[in-house]
Design a binder for this molecule. Sequence first.
Ligand code: ATP
Ligand code: MG
Length: 136
Amino acid sequence: TEVTFIMVKPDGVQRNLTGEIIRRFEAKGYYLRGLKLKQVERSLAEEHYIDLKSKPFYPGLVDYILSAPVVAMVFSGKNVVTMGRKLIGATNPLASEPGTIRGDLCIDVGRNVIHGSDSVESAQREIGLWFPEGLV
Ligand code: ATP
Ligand code: MG
């Protein structure tokens, strides 16, 4: 069965949205397979977003992820990577539809509450980075 990496970003944790985000994935039918509250080290944040290294917003993005603890999670279930991205909504909250997590819960692309893996390959890479100890 497919797995994906989901992270509640610092703004989402501080705004007490972790429960709401877990609820949406569980209500859809997905299974929580891993979860931890983590103050991220710079090297992990940089590695997580390595594909965006050349973007002008990359330094600010890394600082945002370091600004406070995040909640790192793994969910499993049928087509969870693609469906997870649908539940999350578009990157920029101006474009994300109401009914999606970003569409309902945020207004700023630089504070967009949640990360979700964008492919099965990304999910494997990210789960390896964030859960090197493995899953139960
Ligand atoms: P994520 O990878 O966090 O799930 P995403 O896949 O929807 O988001 P990416 O293109 O991978 O979007 O960008 C990663 C993150 O970088 C975005 O979620 C957002 O927090 C930040 N970001 C993207 N574009 C911008 C921008 N133009 N200005 C500021 N931050 C941005
Ligand atoms: Mg992405």
